[in-house]
Write a protein of this length. Structure first.
Length: 290
């Protein structure tokens, strides 16, 4: 007779649990190494940039879910009325957002936010974080809307939907509780894990582009420090270029882990986080057989 494994052991045995532990362990080990061998100002900048990056990505996940949920309910409502002009207008706006490359749309959004900060119209950093997250969520949102609408279309074709309607259950309760919560929360959570990875990748890419294109003085005033902006700093770029020196001079490799820690740390944080999020998403899908 097989004995039930403890929940923690069962979680770690899965691919998603293993990669979550790998990610946390890598962050912990890297933090100790940088604390010992990286200068204090650079160490504090990296911590600040990493926290800002994660915080903006998490805010983007929340705003993406909220905006997608509202838009999905609006699509369902407008699609059920006789005059569907509102449905077509909403579809046009959504397709217009799809037609704009995500990185281009977010780039122009960030430039607009930077202009507002420079003009003194955004008083605090919290407002800047929220606007950056909303800007990013607006271009990621269509992916989540497609998932939510697909779940509604699937379950409205089943007998249980009509049976609940006959019993007097409101349509909105069926959609929000029976379809989204009871039967789709695993699918939605898996999608939100992917949204987190997309938000972090887009954020780092756009911040890197803006930091390279603008002077350091302007960047310091406008947008908060993130991993993308840290990677664009001259010190970090020189650290990354030092890796190429090891191809012709392998004996120089040990120096990378002591003299070029800032750039290598920022690059490693971006790579390991994106890789871990991807593997966690795949492992979560495998665990729940999605």
């Amino acid at each position: 007779m097989k004995t039930a494994r403890p929940p923690l052991v069962k979680f770690v045995s899965g691919k998603d649990g293993r990669w979550l532990c790998i990610w946390i362990g890598a962050l912990f080990g890297l933090g100790i190494w940088d604390y010992l061998f990286l200068n204090r100002p650079a160490f504090e900048r990296i911590i600040n940039g990493f926290i800002n990056t994660l915080f903006i990505a998490l805010l983007s996940v929340g705003f993406t879910l909220a905006m997608a949920w509202i838009m999905t309910l609006a699509f369902h409502r407008l699609g059920s009325v006789k005059k569907r002009s509102g449905f077509y207008v909403l579809s046009f706006l959504l397709n217009l957002i799809r037609s704009i490359p995500q990185i281009v749309g977010i780039l122009f959004g960030y430039i607009g936010i930077a202009a507002l900060v420079t003009a003194g119209l955004l008083p605090g950093k919290a407002i800047t974080f929220i606007l950056m997250s909303i800007c990013m969520s607006g271009f990621i949102m269509p992916e989540v809307i497609d998932l939510l609408r697909e779940r509604i279309d699937h379950y409205t074709k089943l007998d249980f939907f009509n049976a609940l309607r006959v019993c007097g259950v409101s349509q909105w309760r069926i959609i929000n509780f029976d379809i989204f919560w009871k039967n789709s929360r695993i699918h939605i959570l898996n999608k939100l894990i992917s949204v987190f990875g997309s938000a972090m990748f887009l954020q780092c890419s756009v911040d890197f582009i803006i930091s390279v294109g603008l002077s350091s003085d302007v960047n310091a005033v406008t947008l908060p420090t993130t991993l993308g902006s840290l990677l664009a700093k001259m010190d970090s770029k020189q650290d990354i270029l030092a890796i190429g020196n090891t191809l012709t001079n392998p004996a120089y490799m040990p120096q990378l882990f002591f003299q070029h820690l800032q750039g290598l740390t920022v690059a490693f944080l971006i790579v390991i986080t994106l890789l871990a999020v991807y593997q966690i998403s795949c492992g979560y899908a495998e665990r729940h057989r999605l």
